[in-house]
Design a protein around this ligand. Structure first.
Ligand code: NA7
Length: 285
C-alpha cells in the first residue's frame, strides 16, 4: 500500500476510471462527487467517501479535481465549505478539468494565498485511455509541483509533459482539442459525402483507416459510426465548451468558426450528452 493520501473531487466519465487506476496502484483514495450516489462504484473498489469538500482537502495530501468546466471548478475550490475553506497549507492541488488559462491562473492564485501548491494537468484522451492509464498529461505549474505530482501522473497516463507555468498546459489542451474537433467533423463529413455517392460506410472507413490519413481517432470512432450509437466517451457538450474557450483565447483560424457553429448547433439539437462523434448523426440529415 502506498502512503500518499489522495483526495479526488469529480466522478464523471473521466474521474471514475482515473480513481480506479490510483486504487489499483495501491493508493488510499478519498472521493467526493456533487451527486453523492455516483461515488458507489469507486467506493466498492476501495475508495472512501469524504465527509465533504473541506474534509477532502484537510484529510489528504494531494487533491485532484476533475469536473466539467470553469464554473464548476471555481465552485469546488471557493465555495464557503469548499476545498480552500479549511487549512490547505502545504497541500498539492492537481486540477485535471479542461478550463481556460485564465481560470487556471485564478485557481493557482487562490491556492497560493492559502500556502498550497497548484498544478494544472488537463489530459489528452478520453474514457478508454483513462481506463488503460494511457492518457497524455499536459502539466502547467512550478517544477516543484510537477515533480511532486509525477509519481501519480505516471499512474494515470503513459506520459506527462511539463509544458511550462500555469496556463500553458491549459492552452495546450485547447489546441489539441481544436485538432480533435477538426478530425471528428472531417471524418463525419467525409463518410457522409462518400455515402451520398454510393460508397458503403464500412468501405469508406476501411479506406480511411488502412491509409495514411487513418489515425488513432478515426480507428477509435469507426465502430460507433458503423453501429450508429454514440455513448459519451467525451461528451459533445464538452467540445463545444473547449471550442468556445479556444475562441476566447484568440483562435480565429478559418476552420474554427464553422467548426464551433456546427458543434454548437448539434448540441442545441439535443446531442450534448452523447459522444462528440454524434456530430455524424447531426450532419446525416
Ligand atoms: P462528465 O462525465 O460530464 O462529469 C462532470 C463531473 O463534474 C461530474 O462529477 C459532475 O458532478 C461534476 N460537476 C459538474 N458541475 C459541477 C458543479 N457545479 N459542482 C460540482 N461538481 C460539478 O465529464 P468528464 O468526466 O467526461 O470530463 C471532465 C473534464 O475533463 C471536462 O473538463 C472535460 O472537458 C475533460 P455530478 O455527477 O453531475 O454531480
Amino acid at each position: 500500500m502506498k502512503t500518499t493520501r489522495i483526495g479526488w473531487a469529480g466522478l464523471g466519465n473521466m474521474g471514475v476510471p482515473m480513481v480506479n487506476n490510483l486504487l489499483k496502484a495501491g493508493y488510499p483514495v478519498q472521493v467526493y462527487n456533487r451527486t453523492r450516489n455516483k461515488e458507489s462504484d469507486v467506493v466498492k473498489a476501495g475508495a472512501q467517501s469524504a465527509a465533504g469538500l473541506q474534509a477532502l482537502a484537510t484529510d489528504n495530501e494531494v487533491i485532484f479535481v476533475m469536473v466539467s468546466d470553469d464554473e464548476a471548478a471555481k465552485q469546488l475550490f471557493n465555495t464557503r465549505d469548499g476545498l480552500l475553506s479549511g487549512n490547505a497549507e502545504g497541500k498539492l492541488f492537481i486540477h485535471v478539468s479542461t478550463v481556460s488559462p485564465k481560470t487556471s491562473l485564478y485557481l493557482d492564485e487562490c491556492c497560493q494565498k492559502q500556502g498550497a501548491l497548484f498544478l494544472e494537468t488537463p489530459v489528452s484522451g478520453s474514457v478508454k485511455p483513462a481506463q488503460d492509464g494511457t492518457l497524455i498529461i499536459l502539466a502547467g505549474g512550478t517544477l516543484e509541483a510537477y515533480e511532486k505530482a509525477q509519481p501519480l501522473l505516471d499512474v494515470l497516463g503513459k506520459m506527462s509533459i511539463h509544458t511550462g507555468p500555469v496556463g500553458v498546459g491549459a492552452a495546450a489542451k485547447l489546441a489539441i482539442n481544436y485538432f480533435l474537433a477538426i478530425n471528428i467533423q472531417s471524418l463525419a463529413e467525409t463518410v457522409l459525402f462518400a455515402k451520398a455517392n454510393g460508397v458503403k460506410t464500412e468501405d469508406m472507413l476501411t479506406i480511411i483507416n488502412e491509409g495514411a490519413v487513418g489515425s488513432g481517432i478515426t480507428k477509435l470512432k469507426s465502430p460507433a459510426i458503423l453501429k450508429g450509437e454514440f455513448p459519451a466517451a467525451f461528451a459533445l457538450k464538452h467540445i463545444v465548451k473547449d471550442l468556445r474557450l479556444a475562441k476566447e483565447q484568440g483562435l480565429e483560424a478559418p476552420l474554427s468558426t464553422p467548426l464551433f457553429d456546427t458543434f454548437k448547433e448539434a448540441q442545441a439539437s439535443g446531442l450534448g450528452e452523447e459522444d462528440l462523434m454524434a456530430i455524424f448523426k447531426y450532419l446525416d440529415k
